[in-house]
Design a protein. Structure first.
Length: 83
């Protein structure tokens, strides 16, 4: 795992009740970049169906079929990222 992924994990991933959440804000450019870094490093990333796509033509956790929205951000149904 490279340093950029480690940096994103430490800044944006919070765990609650055994589930890891990405806590970035989709309206903040740095947070969007962080979700792209994680998606590019993810071994199970898959684009969601077009109707569920959050950002058009972007490889980002926001567009992953395994992303589950939560009040505090979103979690990964497949358990990525791992630290």
């Amino acid at each position: 795992m490279d340093n950029s992924v480690r940096d994103v994990l430490s800044k944006y991933i919070r765990e609650k009740d055994g589930t890891k959440y990405f806590t970035g804000d989709s309206n903040v450019r740095d947070d969007l970049s962080a979700a792209e870094i994680l998606a590019k490093a993810c071994p199970v990333y898959q684009d969601d169906v077009e109707e569920e796509s959050f950002l058009e033509d972007a490889l980002t956790c926001y567009n992953c079929r395994f992303r589950r929205w939560a009040r505090s951000g979103f979690s990964c149904y497949k358990g990525f990222p791992v630290s």
